[in-house]
Design a protein around this ligand. Structure first.
Ligand SMILES: [Zn+2]
Length: 249
């Protein structure tokens, strides 16, 4: 029997296996292309939301710190007020002017303490207001982003759901398809696929041109490709040239 199939030499069967793998990978590429940037967009939104949540909880912590300060300042003012009353009682029973003046100075100090506390309380209250404004702004953005995330997630689920079974089947096929391919060749295939935009590592020559980069493949090279004696790559793009398509194909 005259064999004219492409599996007529060891190289031909290697190319056959590579073409089979390429066919599967191209279908997987298409599934992922349809999914597009959605998985990444979902991850970005999740990151953004986590960032806002951290910001809100940081503001909450700061507000609780400021409330502690206010509580402390109020206590200070109350203590100072208590001291002032005590000093005022003592002033009733002084023996001389010097003692009276000394107590009056203490009272002044405590009044100052109260003024400082009141000022600090106002400052803290103002800061709390500012932070509450920031919190409500952040929470609003958070709410919007959560809605976006919900939409994107359900969109992604629909698309993934539609293609999940196909993808699984193709991944199983891919596992089998890589079996007959030697490690070295598989590595080269993966590397070429990673380097080219359309994911095609194995292409035919069509109308005298590389099926990947469309640069001309000289006639002698085409003859070498057809002889299936060794694996030939495109001298322009490095893709594996598996075959020469018949005219009109
Ligand atoms: Zn090329």
């Amino acid at each position: 029997m005259i064999s004219n199939t492409s599996a007529d030499t060891p190289v031909a069967s290697k190319l056959e296996a590579l073409l089979n793998l390429q066919r599967i990978d191209s279908q997987l590429d298409e599934i992922r292309r349809v999914r597009g940037d959605l998985p990444e967009e979902v991850r970005d939104l999740e990151d953004e939301i986590a960032g806002y949540e951290v910001r809100v909880s940081k503001f909450d912590e700061e507000i609780s710190g400021l409330n502690d300060q206010i509580k402390q300042r109020k206590q200070n003012a109350k203590d100072a007020d208590g001291l002032i009353r005590k000093y005022e009682d003592q002033q009733q029973n002084v023996r001389n002017n010097r003692e009276y003046e000394a107590i009056a100075k203490e009272i002044e100090l405590q009044k100052l303490e109260i003024q400082i506390s009141e000022k600090k309380i106002k400052e803290a209250q103002y800061q709390i207001e500012q932070k509450n404004t920031e919190i409500s702004g952040t929470k609003q953005r958070l709410e919007e982003r959560r809605k976006d995330l919900d939409n994107k997630q359900s969109e992604l689920q629909t698309i993934v759901g539609e293609s999940e079974a196909d993808e699984k089947k193709l991944m199983d096929e891919r596992g089998e398809a890589t079996q007959p391919i030697e490690e070295r060749l598989l590595t080269a295939y993966t590397r070429i696929r990673g380097n080219v935009r359309n994911g095609l590592a194995v292409v035919p020559v069509k109308r005298d041109a590389c099926g990947g980069c469309f640069n001309t493949v000289p006639p002698q090279r085409q003859a070498d490709i057809m002889s299936h004696k060794k694996i030939i790559v495109c001298e322009h793009c490095g893709r594996i040239l598996a075959d020469v398509a018949a005219r009109g194909e």
